[in-house]
Structure formats: structure tokens, C-alpha cells
Write a protein that binds this ligand. Sequence first.
Ligand SMILES: Cc1cc2nc3c(=O)[nH]c(=O)nc-3n(C[C@H](O)[C@H](O)[C@H](O)COP(=O)(O)OP(=O)(O)OC[C@H]3O[C@@H](n4cnc5c(N)ncnc54)[C@H](O)[C@@H]3O)c2cc1C
Length: 375
Amino acid sequence: MASVPLRVAIIGAGMGGLACAAALRQSGAEVTIYEQARAFARIGAGIQMTPNAVKALRGLGLEEQVCDIGFQASKGLNRASDDGRVTNEVELGGRIAEQCGAPLITLHRGDLHSILLSAVEPETIQRGKRLLRYDQHGDRVELTFEDGSSAEADLLVAADGVHSVVREQMLGAEAPRFTGRVAYRTTFPASLLGGLRIDERCKWWGPDRHIVIYYITRNRDEVYFVTSTPEPEFSLESWSAVGDLGALREAYRDFHPTVRGVLDACPQVHKWAVVVRDPLPRWHEGGVVLLGDACHPMTPYMAQGAASAIEDAVILSRCLARREGGLEASLQSYVATRHPRASAIQQGSAENTWMRDKTDFNWVYGYDAWQAPLA
Ligand SMILES: Cc1cc2nc3c(=O)[nH]c(=O)nc-3n(C[C@H](O)[C@H](O)[C@H](O)COP(=O)(O)OP(=O)(O)OC[C@H]3O[C@@H](n4cnc5c(N)ncnc54)[C@H](O)[C@@H]3O)c2cc1C
């Protein structure tokens, strides 16, 4: 007798939610994504897909698209902010692919989102659906949306980001902790650099702030930068806002002329509060489970937030494919597999020393979510 398909409701069509829907494609589950936004904005941001993330995308059939559109730097440089001396140089290009099983690709965040979106049937996504709360009745989870509608599922996957309402309902109201630092970030045409020569990918380390600059397109016609800048007084009410270019340039006036040249060339910038949580005690309760920033928001200093969300999606799909023990056993296996690694990365990322000097990156980049043992 054919088994009844699992009805999965995913909250959030961000990086984790889309990856989860794509990973569940083959499982026979009936998947619906509920996304609060009506349309997806292409904000000016780049993103690094490190080899572990690229391997996870490979299993979703998306590696080629990411490599076709994104940029593959030949090396990753770390420099001191004042004199530009190199503190650590990492061979990327073919070398990292040989060592870790996949390349490191930098691309526009909007392009990555579109690629993930292309892996999901359009009718899977219901837009303009902001989840207010869930209620568990035995084996069923009932969802209530802001527009007055409701829906039902066997499994609720909360991929609703750092301000997750599902996390709040499961574990209690507690705002994420503001680190006192903001990330100024933007993308702009490389032609605006004039004759300024920049490294393909470089992190410039100052005493209490840094900036990461890299190309995000294969033909190097678009540049991205992201900073970590102390601004403890930044209002969390607008955790994403237009940034003041004058203030940004002033904050980096002691940096190397190359950095100052990039900041002078950029036409506009956004700023984001960098917020975190400590590792959570629980990620699951009955038929409700957390994924991505909803359960392990981290500083962006190891470029692992989206990578971890995509890894979560792969592991969750593998755990759900193992039918023995039922849904509860699958969810326990997912949490037990993912919690230690995500917590270690949260911790490492908070330290903000990753790659500044010689760093063993294999434990992060060498991981393959499709092959890793399940707990
Ligand atoms: C400055 C900066 C730089 C970064 N750089 C990198 C990098 O280089 N590499 C990397 O891997 N990661 C990076 N990250 C981290 C990465 O962006 C996040 O970790 C990732 O987006 C998390 O994915 P997610 O799916 O969990 O959440 P999100 O991508 O935030 O998606 C959440 C989705 O849920 C929706 N939603 C929220 N609430 C509701 C609701 N109640 N009902 C319905 N829908 C809802 C939202 O609209 C959104 O679409 C960076 C982050 C920052 C801030």
C-alpha cells in the first residue's frame, strides 16, 4: 500500500526555506512554502558560498548555475588595515576545490536567491502569507496567518529568519542580541573604481573594525563590500537602513588608500545591525522544527549563515527520508546532527578571527551535508 505523503509547511522563502523545499523535492512530501513578502527585493549584497555550501548546492543540482554566474577568486587575502601587509593568503581557485571538494564562489545575494527559487515549482510558494502562530493538535499543526487564513500540515519547518515568530512561540519572546556593530554593505559597478586596482577577494583587518571586498560576477564587473563597524548607538528599530556614506568613509579614514578608494567610489550603501543568539536549548517540539537563522543566527564573520541554513535543509531532507522510527525520530536525528556543528560555527564566527592568520578551515569547508553521518 502506498504511504500517505508527509504534508510539510515551510515558513519563509529565504535561503534556508527554498533549499529545504528543493531538498524535499525527491522525497514525495507535499511541500508548501508560506512567505510574508509579496515580491522579492534584490538588495545590494554579495554572498560567499564556501566549498561546504557549494557541495550542498551540488546535490540540489545548482552548482553549475552558481559557478556560471559567480566569481571564483584565485586566492583569498587577509591584510592589515594600515600598511596592507598580508597576514594570511589562502589558495582558492582549483586548489581549494581539490582540497575541499568544491570551489569557493562569491556572487550577488539576489542571484543566489533566484537560483534557489528556480529549484522550486512556483505553485509551491504562497506569497503575502505572514505567519502569526501555530497550534499543535495531535499529529497536526495548524497555522494561522495575518490575512485571517489558516492551513494545516504534518510538519512545520520554521525557516523564518533571525526574528522567527515560531522560535518565539516555541522558546519564549527574546529579541536577538545586538552586537553593537553594524554591517555597511553594497554592490556597485566595478567601472566606478576608475583605475583603482583591488584584490579579487580581501578582508582588511583594523584594530576594532574590518571590511571585506570582493567581486561578485564572473566577469568582475560588479564589486561588493561589507564592513563590521562599531556603532553601539544604532537603533535596532531599523535593523536594515540606508547608510550615511560620509559616516562610513570617516569610520575608515585610517585604512589603507585602496580601501578608502573603494569607499570613495561607491554611490550608496545600506547598513544592518549585526545580531546574534547563543545556541538554543531546543530546535524542535512535536511537529515543529527550526532551520537556518531561526535557530542559529550568527555574525557574518565566517560567511556561514546561509551555508548553514542550506546544510540544515539537506540534513533535514535526509533525516525525513529515513522512515524508521517515524517523524519524531527523524527530527531528533536532524537536531542531533546539526546542533553541534551549527553551535561550533556560531561560536567561531563570534570570535571574528577566522582566516586573519593561518587557519585550519577543513572542519568547515570540508563538510559535505550529503555524505555526513546522521546522528
Ligand atoms: C551583512 C551580512 C553578510 C552575510 N554574508 C554571508 C555570506 O557571505 N555567506 C553566508 O553563507 N551567509 C551570509 N550571511 C548570512 C545569511 O544572509 C543568513 O544566514 C541567511 O540569509 C539565513 O537564511 P534563512 O533562510 O534562515 O533566513 P532568511 O534568508 O532571512 O529568510 C527568512 C524568510 O522568512 C520570511 N519570514 C519571516 N517571518 C515570516 C513570517 N512570520 N511569515 C512568513 N514568512 C516570514 C522572510 O520574509 C524571509 O524571506 C550574511 C548576513 C549578513 C547580515
